[in-house]
Design a protein around this ligand. Structure first.
Ligand SMILES: [Fe+2]
Ligand SMILES: [Fe+2]
Length: 349
């Protein structure tokens, strides 16, 4: 296995190289001025302190070359959610907080969850769109946590790449790419965006409407940035307190985005109301049928479907047909004719 190590100090470089030299073909260079020239790298390991501004700029400078490498493991100095998000925003596919043992690192490198792509093979449009989308969602989440401005244009641009990929390669390819390469909340947001776009296309929506849909989908769960990961990623049932915490995310997302340039009233409405049901049993406002906009109804169906079919470490993907049956069973909550129209997207596309 060929591994390229990039570090912000010589000490970090030699620590990582020392762990890998016996089992891998290792090359290395200092982050400042790194070129990542070799075409045969299968994995890259970045060991750097992401609190240093120069480090972030240097990583941004090499990010285009770095994303050509299929597996990108970042070893981060702080065990915080912000540092993790920052690493994903800078192009990581896997993040390990220091101190990392030799065994952990080798295990992560050997792990087959992201099947290696032949390095000579260019990334597919779908993989590129998924990488850009995940990076944009991660950077939005880190902006919410740190109070930095949210890059609305980057999120919309990532959404448009996802829409292009769906239009070109279809939904099934998108689901496979995203479920194989991305984890947790990014995976969910990428799946919702893809499903919503495909639903819009199948309904014959105009380009402008599809644009509205993917923009709303990219931002819909941004309020989850304020929900602790232990709750978000908890396998199994949530207790009342945890459920109440999760249910704050639509209103939090709405508050965070209000007043942000580029965020339309429609996006705000979708962020706040994507968990409302037609019978008034949803949250946070208990809206009823007439007050829920069409775009929100489409997003809600896409959101539930995506949540059911996503892969988590504790949960395999539910078959699409089973997920669709669950939607069919939500009579009174979701719009019947829309769920009927969704059949094609859920089962065939
Ligand atoms: Fe949500
Ligand atoms: Fe969601």
């Amino acid at each position: 296995m060929s591994v390229h190590v990039v570090g912000d100090t010589r000490a970090r470089l030699s620590a990582v190289c020392g762990m890998l030299e016996r089992t891998c073909a290792v090359s290395s260079e200092l982050l400042n001025g790194a070129s990542i020239r070799s075409k045969d790298i299968e994995s890259i390991v970045v060991s750097a302190d992401l609190r240093v501004v120069e480090t972030i700029s240097a990583l941004k400078a090499i990010s285009a070359r770095m994303t050509r490498v299929p597996k990108r493991i970042f070893l981060i100095e702080q065990r915080t959610r912000l540092a993790t998000l920052q690493a994903y925003a800078l192009g990581a596919t896997h993040v390990l907080p220091q101190p990392v043992s030799q065994l952990q690192l080798l295990k992560q490198l050997a792990d087959a969850d992201a099947p290696p792509i032949a390095p000579s093979e260019p990334l597919s449009g779908g993989q590129e769109a998924a990488s850009a989308g995940a990076a944009s969602i991660a950077s939005m989440f880190s902006a919410v946590i740190s109070g930095a401005p949210i890059d609305v244009a980057a999120a919309k641009h990532a959404g448009s790449k996802i829409a292009d990929s769906i239009a070109e390669d279809g939904l099934a390819n998108w689901l496979t790419t995203v479920r194989r390469h991305h984890e947790g909340t990014y995976q969910h947001c990428l799946l919702v965006t893809g499903v919503a776009v495909d639903f819009g296309l199948s309904l014959g929506m105009s380009k402008a409407d599809v644009e509205r849909l993917y923009s709303a989908a990219m931002f819909h769960d941004i309020g989850k940035a304020r929900v602790p990961l232990a709750v978000l990623d908890k396998p199994g049932r949530l207790d009342d307190r945890e459920r109440a915490l999760i249910e704050t995310h639509p209103a939090v997302g709405y508050d965070v985005l209000t007043g942000t340039t580029g965020i339309t009233p429609e996006i705000l409405d979708a962020v706040r109301h994507h968990h409302e049901y037609l019978d008034g049993s949803g949250y946070p406002d208990g809206l009823c049928a007439d007050t829920i906009a069409d775009i929100v109804r489409i997003l809600t169906i896409s959101d539930i479907f995506a949540a059911l079919i996503e892969v988590r470490t504790y949960k395999p993907a539910m078959p699409r047909a089973t997920a669709y049956e669950i939607l069919m069973g939500m009579k009174g909550k979701l719009e019947g004719p829309l769920v009927e129209a969704f059949r094609e997207v859920a089962l065939k596309r």
